[in-house]
Design a protein around this ligand. Structure first.
Ligand SMILES: [Zn+2]
Length: 553
């Protein structure tokens, strides 16, 4: 009897192994994963602010873990890639002056406009003609350019523009992604394009509808410290003397000084034949700013692949280690933004993935190598990942994909996942195949109009043409989580996101983390072993960047 039972279990388990040969769950150490989330969330790491002592400790801890598991340093013998950062904070008594002939009007910081300098200097500014450029977009993919005429029309000028994408039309329902926000609609793109044109400054026109948030959000986030990657002496990246937002009311008033109607201009800008408007107005904005510079590292390691022909190619797994540091006290007097879910959980998951690969005998590893990137300063605008993507440690042409984890499931095992941006490239096929093996449901982006694809560390990889995704868990829990976990999951955006309450709790479920990490590793291995490498669909907005990536650089 005993024997018989034993035999049938044995046969079953054999069957199980052969059917589900890809299941790597048993290779993950759930206890370690939980310990790492806990360690990275502790108060002595001071919320892992870049440039702080706590941030340094956190980066060192990650490097120590990588070393201990046998992952190799990725930066000429070092686990660190230093990133120089600069913070600027404009004085709030700055005025914006707009004049035409003898007529002048003055606008107030915070109430009418906010501004920050891109010059990384204590004094910067511009006095130049204002040109209205519609949506400020140059998108060959959509046969659209708001920058008509000659380069001289924009060089040294102040450009006023609308945020978001031009709307799709009945004739062209997929224009600028239809309902989805494209990168051309993001304010970061608007600044970058204007800087490429040699503009001196930009004024973005704010409306609640086009921005997706109220003026209070713009005022708060632009009225304080703003961070950038410090430009080196030889860095030729173009920059703006000032980057600013103005309220719709102030913008309307400015345009009215030139006899122009903001609503008519907004309507004209919706059409492909829109012509930029030279207003004849002179804008004068001089910024005095506080400046601080500091260093903070990305943490980087590799595990070599098994195939000598492909080991020089890399699948990247990324998870930002930084969080908000010490800030304003929450309701309970706590000032430390521990960032347990955001993103100690992601770091622990990527460390877990690294450990599984590092401990595999080399011959059993996937063909291509893996690069583990723990970027700094994600919360300041994806700065560490941006720095990596523009200063890569392995050639970008050999960087086949980035899988980013930001907020890994600590609540309980689920049946559903989302791979943000997978549909843009052939990555989707690899994910679907691994999902099918596991009977997981892959859900598409529920809020494409919000542009979440542009808001975590996979995005700098997309900008340089590397197929990339942000991998996220769903909330279709196999077993309903306990009350505390359920409330953390359900009220995350309202009560925990970027709050002091995002802390480690004993109920954190490492089996859910293992489930998510195992799935990410499984399709990562599929990509690493594939005869082809992922590529963007030709209709995708990052396809052109991919072409540039593969043809050198
Ligand atoms: Zn995050």
């Amino acid at each position: 009897m005993t024997n018989k039972l034993f035999t049938s279990v044995f046969v079953l388990s054999l069957l199980f192994t052969s059917v589900d040969a890809q299941d790597l769950t048993s290779k993950f150490d759930a206890g370690k994963m939980r310990e790492r989330v806990k360690r990275l969330s502790m108060d002595d790491l001071e919320g892992r602010g870049p440039g702080t002592a706590g941030g340094k400790l956190a980066a060192q801890y990650i490097a120590d873990q990588l070393k201990a598991m046998g992952a190799k340093p990725a930066n000429r013998g070092s686990y660190f890639q230093n990133v120089k950062l600069v913070g600027v904070k404009a004085r709030r008594d700055t005025k914006l002056r707009v004049s035409k002939g003898g007529d002048a009007a003055t606008y107030n910081f915070a109430d009418d406009f906010v501004a920050t300098t891109g010059a990384q200097r204590a004094t910067a500014g511009a006095k130049a003609e204002l040109v209205f450029v519609g949506y400020g977009i140059d998108a060959p993919l959509y046969k659209w350019s708001d920058y008509k005429g000659s380069p001289a029309d924009y060089k040294g000028k102040v450009l006023m523009m609308l945020v978001n994408d031009p709307p799709a039309t009945t004739g062209e329902p997929d224009l600028f992604g239809g309902k989805a926000l494209t990168y051309y609609g993001r304010w970061t793109y608007k600044y970058e394009e204007a800087a490429r044109r040699g503009a001196a400054g930009v004024i973005l026109i704010h409306t609640n509808e086009s921005a997706g948030y109220g003026w209070n959000v713009v005022r708060t986030s632009n009225g304080s410290w703003r961070y950038e990657i410090a430009r080196g002496a030889k860095d030729k990246t173009p920059f703006l003397q000032f980057k600013s937002w103005a309220t719709n009311e102030a913008s309307a008033k400015i345009l009215k000084q030139a006899g122009l109607d903001i609503d008519k201009l907004r309507e004209a800008a919706k059409h492909r034949d829109f012509q930029p408007v030279k207003t004849g107005l002179t804008v004068d904005l001089q910024l005095n700013s506080e400046i601080k510079t500091f260093d903070s590292p990305n943490v980087v390691a590799t595990v070599e692949g098994s195939d000598p022909k492909h080991a020089s190619e890399y699948v990247v797994y990324s998870a930002h280690w930084d969080h908000l540091g010490i800030g304003e006290a929450g309701a309970n007097g706590d000032k430390i933004y521990n960032g347990a879910y955001d993103n100690a959980s992601g770091v622990a998951a990527v460390l877990g993935i690294a450990e599984v690969l590092a401990k595999m005998p080399k011959s059993e590893r996937p063909k291509r190598s893996a690069l583990f990137l723990f970027p700094t300063a994600e919360e300041q605008g994806l700065l560490g990942a941006e720095y990596y993507a523009t200063h890569p440690l392995v050639p970008l042409r050999n960087t086949v994909a980035d899988i980013n984890l930001d907020g890994v499931n600590i609540f309980g095992k689920v049946r559903d996942f989302t791979a943000l941006g997978a549909e843009r490239s052939t990555i989707a096929a690899y994910i679907d195949a691994s999902a099918k093996e596991r009977s997981f449901v892959i859900k598409s982006d529920m809020n494409p109009e919000q542009g979440f694809y542009f808001r975590s560390d996979h995005f700098p990889f997309a900008k340089v043409g590397v197929p990339s995704i942000n991998f996220q868990h769903g909330d279709d829990f196999i077993t309903p989580p306990g009350a505390e976990a359920a409330s953390f999951a359900k009220d995350y955006t309202a009560k925990y996101y970027h709050q002091v309450s995002d802390e480690f709790h004993d109920w954190f479920d490492p089996s859910a983390m293992v489930q998510e990490a195992e799935f990410a590793l499984a399709f990562g291995i599929r990509i690493a072993d594939s005869s082809a490498t992922p590529h963007y669909k030709p209709t995708d907005e990052f396809s052109a960047a991919e072409g540039r990536r593969l043809n050198g650089r």
